[in-house]
Design a protein around this ligand. Structure first.
Ligand code: MRU
Length: 355
């Protein structure tokens, strides 16, 4: 067994403030941003100081708690609850695709509703405990997913991954990158190809950084190089994350994921998405119903603040795409590996979790 320790903490709540590792400037600068109120938390999510579906869920939970602290002096409890609901909606709209955000805020709301008649100190401490639980449960869940996912990773595997799904994208450890780290930790010899992941370069900036910290043998590739590697038999499996899974098993993830799935299907390469159950949206039937965030044109026209496209060029910049379940070998979760028929298996998980 190899030991593997994380050397950074991307998300920490201390002294009435949320401290976030600024993922916009990694890996060239290691800087932290302190959010002291829910508006700053909303900005941190929207501007991608923090990103990754589980990480923004945990961040939003602390944002909710900060809002409750701010409104605790409200004239009466009903005014307090109204303002809290407004703040929750404000936090929820910061990024529309990852369902973990809505899930975490609903969970906080449930606690607030149940404790509405409690003294304010008690209500606030229940909310703080809940936000801490959202964070800790995500770390524990990632560890469990990693152990389950390790079963599908052959020794000496070469794995291709996309975007960033490690400790930076979660409350700690990671989902797809968690599976890869667990495989290495368990003694397997693994090689990783990391897609750079245009336009935000989460692969080049963040996954490459995490892979190097974990000392996992790896190479960074441009997104366009992936298909050739897959066709040439150089990839044993593709393992990546997910931002929202529909009830039929369609997976919405970082833009470029769908394209990878098509190539994998064409060449018979296993394609896995790794997500906590909190990323499954049981209320949405198919991927067609998932709202896809479109981001600023400047993410495409500029690289590191330098313009690369002609002034005035129009841009289409969806941040995510949907991979149809037909292209997916399995969805790895803490409740086990979901395989076809996806709809039935997802339904069973819903029942087992009472969702
Ligand atoms: O736009 P981002 O960087 O928030 O997108 C992140 C992803 O698409 C990840 O693959 C997904 O959130 C899973 S993270 C464990």
């Amino acid at each position: 067994m190899k030991t593997m320790q994380e050397t950074f903490n991307a998300l920490e709540f201390t002294d009435a403030a949320l401290t976030l590792l600024d993922q916009r400037v990694l890996p060239t600068r290691l800087e932290y941003i302190v959010c002291r109120d829910y508006r700053e938390v909303e900005f941190a999510i929207r501007d991608m100081i923090v990103r990754g579906a589980p990480a923004i869920g945990a961040t939003a939970a602390y944002g909710y708690y900060l809002a409750a602290c701010e409104f605790s002096a409200a004239a009466d409890r009903s005014a307090f609850m109204t303002r809290l609901k407004e703040a929750s909606l404000f936090l929820e709209q910061s990024r529309p695709t990852a369902v973990n955000l809505r899930w975490a805020l609903r969970r906080m709301q449930t606690v607030a509703d149940a404790a509405v008649k409690q003294p304010m100190d008690e209500l606030l401490s229940q909310l703080k405990r809940e936000a801490d639980a959202v964070k800790q449960e995500d770390i524990d869940t990632n560890r469990a997913i990693s152990r389950i996912g390790n079963d599908i990773v052959p020794d000496h595997a070469t794995i291709l991954t996309h975007c960033n799904t490690g400790a930076l994208a979660t409350a700690g450890w990671g989902t797809a990158l968690g599976v890869i780290k667990e495989a290495v930790r368990s003694g397997k010899e693994i090689f990783v190809y990391a897609d750079e992941t245009r336009p935000r370069l989460q692969g080049a900036r963040l996954t490459a950084w995490e892979l190097m910290q974990a000392e996992i043998p790896s190479k960074l590739i441009s997104d366009s190089a992936a298909a050739t590697l897959i066709r040439d038999g150089k990839i044993d499996c593709v393992i990546l994350g997910g931002d929202r899974v529909a009830a039929n098993g369609d997976v919405c993830n970082k833009i470029g994921t769908f394209m990878l799935s098509v190539v994998c299907k064409a060449y018979g390469v296993p394609f896995y998405s790794v997500v906590p159950v909190t990323t499954i949206d049981f209320e949405i039937e198919t991927g067609d119903d998932i709202p896809i965030e479109e981001r600023d044109a400047q993410e495409v026209t500029h690289v590191e603040g330098v313009r690369i496209a002609p002034e005035g060029m129009a841009v289409y910049n969806p941040a995510f795409d949907v991979t149809p379940h037909q292209n997916i070998t399995g969805i790895i979760t803490e409740a086990g590996i979901i395989r076809p028929p996806f709809k039935e298996h997802i339904q069973k998980i819903r029942k087992a979790y009472g969702i």
